[in-house]
Design a protein around this ligand. Structure first.
Ligand code: K7E
Ligand code: CUA
Ligand code: CA
Length: 629
């Protein structure tokens, strides 16, 4: 059974036979386009080619990957860092979740980012995107949405820690998120998915009086710069390479509250935002505010000068800008098509030079069932995931446009089976001018039989495909835990990480400020400061000891422990765990970390180092003595 399946997958036409509904045109396109005559390629030659592709993906022990991949963690709420092509997991960056190992959600530094009160313990992270300068990844920040709690987070890529989280007001469920690419990432654009009444204070529930908004966040301050009211709802989006336009898909133009209702119309739309005009309207004071929020809200519904609505079929999902900057491509989901919108026609669209907004559509290739997301190789080809067909369709954009203009050309280059039901796919550097067409990651939602069974809950399957040649070649299966939606691949030289912390790092600036108030030098002193029933314990660490191996507090005291790791050697990270107090944190070389807890029980409570740092790591500990109240 297993063997048969593998054979089928290694056959270039494999899987084709069981896809009878695939048109003859598509099949002819595949065979013709490979140019290799794969249809007559011997089994041996095919096996050699497959082996060669697979070898390319092997990164031997001690070797480094060519690319960083940043994976969203879905409803785990985190970001994962992988090496590509090895697909080895390098790191996890906790964002909207709680992380026992690093103390994210436990330490004061993380609560400064997450919020000290009412911190949510969950998130749903979908779309990771790296800041850009002039359309190229600059490696400074990574931004990601939280659909579950309507937030946007920023990760500093030099230390790979989350440093800001913003809750977007007046809306529910941030989904699509992309960055302004040009001149640089000044804005983080993000879509709120669900329509709600305004104000949403219980005085109104009707769908007719509900709407949602498109949001722009200042990438440096992380404050919401403005919001745009739209018709319908908002799903995915992308920005262009002029810095002036962004576009979002809407699948619920019907504004329905039930499934059948959202599928009623044959066409929904792509809404195009004119960033210059929106900025001008805000500047001119043509906005309102909602409730307590002071964010400028402009009206971009039908008839507005700020937006245009381009009808596209049906319940569209992903929207992707081609790396040559020419096209927005909207993926049809319930339509087998993708819609190509020419960005150089948008000026005319906004100047009302067209009778029909569909005049900006220059192609609408039929790709297969359930097109969700499209990615690009920088050589004029697009790769679209087909959720229902469990395939990736490779197609040529200019040929699709010619076909739309009535020429008899095959635009489909190849269809490759993936396993199974792919959501996003992402080619190396695809969202930038540097799209290099080397690797394609396909994030398949179902793994079914691809891995050893691990109970009823299955991993997903992130597959790696070599796209450097004419033909896509599947080279790797990568199980992932729930539920990365998307990833971004960036060349390793585009990311510059710190090896140890800078002592002036703003990441622990509030600990430094408190120490200064207490007259304590973090780097040199081990001291206990009492301030009413608040006790601040400052200690250093050098492998394998803490600067303080005993401190005394009273039952009921609110204790804050600050640990400054004086080690300067790369990779010598310490931990601080207070037994039976829910306290655990990471302190990397030259970092200060702090945690606050209540000394609830009298007696002796040991603390110990929980990050392996030394042969005598087990011996690295101390005692908190809690006197009876
Ligand atoms: Cu298609 Cu949230 Cu980008 Cu899921 S989204 S797949
Ligand atoms: Cu310090 Cu282990
Ligand atoms: Ca719809």
């Amino acid at each position: 059974m297993k063997k048969e399946q593998n054979e089928q997958q290694e056959t270039p036409q494999g899987g084709f036979s069981r896809r009878r509904f695939l048109g003859a045109t598509a099949a002819a396109g595949v065979v013709g386009a490979t140019g290799l005559g794969t249809a007559v390629m011997s089994r041996e030659a095919w096996a050699d080619a497959a082996m060669e592709a697979r070898n390319k993906a092997v990164v031997h022990p001690g070797e480094l990957d060519e690319y960083y991949g940043f994976w969203s963690g879905g409803h785990c709420g985190e970001v994962r860092v992988l090496g590509v092509p090895s697909m080895r997991e390098l790191m996890r960056i906790p964002v909207f979740n709680v992380d026992s190992a690093t103390g994210w959600g436990i330490t004061n530094e993380s609560k400064d980012v997450l919020g000290h009160d009412n911190t949510y313990l969950n998130g749903d992270a979908h779309h990771p995107h790296i800041s850009m300068t002039d359309g190229r990844y600059d490696g400074k920040y990574l931004f990601i949405n939280d659909k579950a709690n309507t937030r946007v987070a920023r990760i500093r890529l030099d230390i790979m820690k989350t440093d800001k989280i913003t809750t977007v007001p007046n809306v529910q469920a941030i989904h699509g998120l992309r960055l302004q690419k040009v001149p640089q990432t000044n804005y983080v654009f993000c879509n709120a998915e669900f329509v709600i009444p305004q104000p949403n204070d219980g005085s109104e529930f009707a769908l007719e009086n509900s709407y949602t908004m498109f949001n722009a966040i200042d990438a440096e301050t992380m404050e919401v710069a403005w919001q745009v009211i739209v018709d319908g709802n908002l799903d995915n989006m992308d920005a262009d390479y002029t810095g002036r336009y962004a576009a979002s898909t809407c699948y619920n133009s019907e504004k329905a509250a039930d499934l059948a209702g959202t599928m009623r119309a044959d066409r929904d739309w792509v809404v195009v935002f004119n960033v210059d005009r929106i900025e001008a309207a805000v500047k001119a004071g043509n906005f309102k505010t909602i409730g307590d929020s002071r964010v400028p809200v402009v009206d971009g519904r039908h008839g507005s000068e700020l937006t245009r609505y381009v009808p596209v079929p049906k319940n569209p999902h992903g929207l992707n800008t081609s790396p040559d900057g020419k096209y927005f491509i909207a993926n049809g989901k319930l339509s087998p098509t993708a819609t190509i919108i020419a960005i150089d026609r948008l000026d005319d669209l906004f100047d009302d030079k067209f009778d029909d907004p569909r005049d900006v559509v220059v192609g609408e290739p039929e790709l297969g069932l359930g097109p969700l997301h499209t990615t690009f190789d920088g050589r004029g080809n697009a790769y679209t995931t087909l959720f229902i067909d469990s395939q990736v369709a490779k197609w040529n954009i200019e040929d699709a446009i010619r076909h739309y203009n009535g020429e008899q050309v095959n635009y489909i280059r190849q269809k490759l089976d993936v396993h199974y039901q792919p959501g996003h796919n992402h080619a190396s550097l695809t969202e930038s001018r540097d799209a290099d067409g080397q690797w394609l990651v396909v994030l398949s939602k179902f793994s079914k039989d691809r891995f050893l069974p691990a109970g009823p809950l299955h991993p997903e399957n992130d597959q790696l495909i070599d796209i450097s040649g004419e033909e896509m070649k599947l080279v790797h299966d990568g199980p992932t835990y729930a539920e990365p939606h998307d990833c971004i691949l960036v060349r390793r030289d585009q990311i510059k990480t710190r090896k140890i912390y800078d002592r002036d790092d703003p990441y622990f600036a509030s600990a430094r400020a408190q120490a200064e108030k207490d007259g304590v030098t973090l780097e040199a002193e081990n001291k206990v400061i009492r301030d009413g029933n608040k006790v601040r314990v400052y200690m250093t660490s050098v492998a394998p000891t803490y600067g303080m191996t005993e401190f005394r507090v009273k039952q009921g005291d609110e204790v804050t422990v600050y640990v400054t790791n004086l080690d300067t050697i790369e990779d010598v990270t310490h931990g601080f765990c207070m037994v039976n107090h829910g306290v655990s944190m990471e302190i990397s070389p030259q970092q200060t970390s702090s945690v606050t807890f209540t000394a609830h029980s009298p007696g002796v409570h040991w603390y110990y180092c929980n990050w392996f740092c030394h042969a005598l790591h087990m011996e690295m500990g101390g005692r908190m003595i809690v006197e009876k109240a």
